[in-house]
Design a protein around this ligand. Structure first.
Ligand code: FAD
Length: 358
């Protein structure tokens, strides 16, 4: 397997023009923390983005940070910390900014901070045939043309290589509390109704963890509201959220997304005539509709989980282990195919990795 380590965007463009000329298939690799997301695809080389790690511009008063896409999330956190701000992706420190965006990773704090695509306001991308394209602008509202950076978010490196982004950052909350209570989905649902403005309500089979953020008096009130629903057993300031992720011990993890109102049904309704799934541990983000589900294998269990997700209008791609994205066909498959042909005419970028075999 060849490895390509471009030092800047011009080298990325050169590498992709060469790959197109040689019909050489490439996988874009950032921190390699999420490469299981996507259908398996055979490639001839890996293009590593980790040398593209420069800070281009950061002015805290503008609340915008412009970075090269191979910058590690841990490094960006450190830079923003000094400005009292954060980019709320909550990915592991060795993940790269471009990888988080290309994988459309979900922060456990999504209930409050929203989806990652909303934080990307400008992007530079090198297309499969080596053209450098810019989309968006460094102001929150001045986009002319199509929002191509939204299209690139979640494209799993199949349309182009993200080389630079401008990110909308947010002030770090003055006070943060992680709170744990005994319970499960039902207690979690009551907490979601009762606690004013939680940043996250994560239900697991036996416990519920909340992330509470804001001004000190605000988080104080949120802790009290939590305690009125179920006695608080643990409170920490700062520290990781969630405290632990038991589903990560499983061989296979699916990141299921269903309408928020159907999450409890998705995780608890008996499976009638379906063989399984035998759910291992899971964590469900209430109000968001996302559940990380640990499975012992990607055989019958995964298919049963996907059948259920589909019946509720959702999906269950795998983010760790074998299993890929599943057989669901994206709406407008033909449009997706034409987009792929336009961005990557020779089909050199991770062919077959995306939904619908694109
Ligand atoms: C233990 C663990 C915990 C995690 N927890 C969280 C969490 O709490 N929140 C969260 O958001 N995520 C979490 N993740 C997921 C993961 O860190 C993110 O999804 C991140 O997106 C992966 O970044 P990466 O640089 O490692 O990407 P890679 O794994 O290297 O790549 C991911 C995908 O993006 C593509 N890609 C990478 N860089 C580029 C680029 N510059 N241009 C185009 N395509 C590119 C790759 O081809 C691949 O398809 C977790 C992962 C692990 C292993």
């Amino acid at each position: 397997m060849d490895l390509i380590h471009p030092m800047d965007k011009l080298e990325v463009a050169k590498a992709l023009r060469q790959a197109t000329a040689d019909r050489k298939r490439l996988l874009v690799v950032g921190g390699r923390t999420h490469v299981d997301k996507g259908e398996p695809c055979e490639v001839d080389a890996e293009l590593w983005t980790t040398q593209l790690d420069g800070l281009v511009a950061y002015e805290p008063a503008e609340m915008i940070a412009v970075v090269e896409a191979g910058m590690r999330v841990g490094e960006l956190d450190r830079i923003l910390w000094d400005g009292g701000q954060e980019w709320p992706c909550d990915a592991p420190p060795r993940a790269t900014v471009g990888g988080v965006i290309a994988a459309a990773a979900t922060s456990p704090r999504r209930l409050r901070v929203g989806p990652i695509r909303d934080t990307v306001i400008e992007m530079e991308v090198v297309t499969g045939d080596g053209r450098l394209v810019r989309s968006g602008a460094r102001t929150v509202k001045s986009v002319t043309g199509y929002d191509l950076h939204k299209l690139m978010t979640g494209s799993l490196g199949t349309l182009g290589v993200i080389v630079q982004v401008a990110l909308k950052v947010r002030p770090r909350p003055r006070s943060r509390r992680s709170v744990r209570v005994a319970g499960g989905l039902e207690v979690g649902r009551r907490l979601l109704d009762a606690v004013p403005g939680p940043t996250a309500v994560l239900a697991m089979p036996e416990v519920v963890e909340l992330r509470l953020e804001g001004w000190p008096e605000e988080t104080e009130r949120q802790v009290e509201a939590t305690d009125r629903v179920a006695p608080v057993t643990v409170v920490t300031e700062e520290g990781a959220f969630p405290f632990e992720r038991p589903w990560e011990a499983s061989a296979v993890i699916a990141e299921a997304a269903v309408p928020p109102s159907r999450l409890a049904e998705f995780l608890t309704r008996p499976f009638h005539d379906l063989p399984g799934p035998h759910l291992g541990s899971w964590g469900a983000l209430l109000g968001v509709g996302i559940a990380w589900v640990g499975l012992s294998s990607s055989d019958g269990d995964l298919e049963a989980l996907r059948t259920r997700a589909r019946a509720l209008g959702g999906i269950a791609p795998v983010v760790k282990g074998p299993g890929g994205l599943g057989n669901d066909v994206p709406p407008g498959l033909d449009v997706h195919r034409r987009l792929k042909a336009s961005f990557d005419p020779a089909g050199v970028l991770a062919p077959g990795r995306f939904w619908g075999g694109i």
